[in-house]
Design a protein around this ligand. Structure first.
Ligand code: GLV
Length: 325
């Protein structure tokens, strides 16, 4: 079994591959592979560990239908045409669970950074603007007993809700297709309609996957349905909110602030007006960027490849239907 890895990944994952007798090559150049390059490379490998946003579309899958597995080193897999992979019987793996706490930490950090204008105030110091003390200037807001609304309460949303309930006794509401029993029981979370989520959330945090249904979901109309004092947080995928609409909603004070760990496109351009707004905090997609989480993600990706090398079902599988006879 020979695996191609589209980035350099933590030793923990590589050690697992090595100990299973699997040979691998990591792409070491600091640039994104073109699709043609990736296709040509993959012709010489049996499996792929996909890191980042490699386009695993119909063309790629058709050309690389020999792959025994594609292990995405991320929980999100919106870059992969899963239906096509399933048709071609290519198992797709991902890395759920191990990154939930680190990602929720970033959502929580953004909530506080926005509510206290932290990034903006930091910039003021850098720009030599830490000046005269004015008791009524640059006021933020407090989170104590506010309402947190989660759009898509799964593992990451649960961790965010837990942090907010524990730290600030925040009331938790969420909008999901299915009820989340654990959140209802442990966090007293209440499932609400979309309109209720928009109307009642003081902080609305997005934790859903990017799908055709959620693409551009948070648009001008949805921001208009939120409280004028609300903070919008997105640590899931940038394409779930419509960025020009978000800018307009903030400029028109339809909502109070926004915290983004994900943008559309990524990287965000340095001249983006969001970066100049006092009530906005933006981070460069660092939800999973901790030693612990990246180690764990690399291990899950390696486990998926090792299972494929033994013709076993991937332990962390996105499309189990590939094993149906
Ligand atoms: C990060 O964005 C992930 O999907 O794991």
């Amino acid at each position: 079994m020979k695996v191609f890895i589209t980035r350099q990944i933590p030793q923990k994952g590589l050690d697992l591959l090595r100990s299973a007798g699997i040979s691998f090559t990591e792409w070491a150049e600091r640039r994104e592979l073109e699709q043609n390059e990736l296709i040509n490379i993959c012709k010489n490998y049996d499996a792929l560990i996909s890191v980042g946003q490699n386009k695993i579309n119909k063309r790629f899958l058709q050309e690389c239908r020999h792959l025994k597995a594609i292990a995405q080193m991320a929980v999100g897999f919106d870059n992969i045409n899963v239906a096509e992979a399933t048709m071609l019987k290519i198992p797709i793996g991902n890395t759920p669970g191990v990154l939930s706490k680190a990602t929720a930490d970033i959502a929580f950090l953004l909530m506080l950074a926005v509510s206290r204008k932290a990034f903006y105030m930091h910039k003021k110091i850098i720009n030599g603007e830490w000046g005269f003390y004015e008791p009524t200037a640059d006021l933020g807001m407090e989170m104590e007993e506010k309402t947190l609304g989660i759009f898509g309460l799964g593992k990451i949303g649960f961790e965010m809700a837990k942090r907010c309930a524990g730290a600030f006794n925040m009331k938790i509401i969420y909008h999901n297709r299915k009820m989340n029993d654990e959140a209802e029981k442990k966090l007293n979370a209440k499932r609400v309609s979309l309109d209720e989520l928009l109307a009642q959330s003081d902080v609305l945090s997005v934790h859903t996957a990017l799908t055709e249904e959620t693409r551009g979901f948070f648009d001008y109309g949805r921001f208009a349905g939120m409280k004028h004092s609300a903070i919008f947080i997105n640590t899931a995928r940038g394409a779930i909110h419509n960025e020009p609409d978000l800018i307009r909603a903030l400029n028109e004070k339809l909502i109070w602030g926004a915290g983004l760990d994900v943008t559309h496109p990524e990287p965000m351009h340095a001249d983006n007006p969001l970066l100049q707004m006092p009530n906005v905090a933006v981070l460069p997609h660092i939800g999973t960027t901790t030693e612990e989480t990246r180690d764990a993600m690399s291990k899950l990706a390696a486990e998926n490849i090792i299972a494929a090398s033994k013709n076993e079902q991937l332990p962390h599988i996105v499309n189990p239907e590939v094993y149906a006879s």
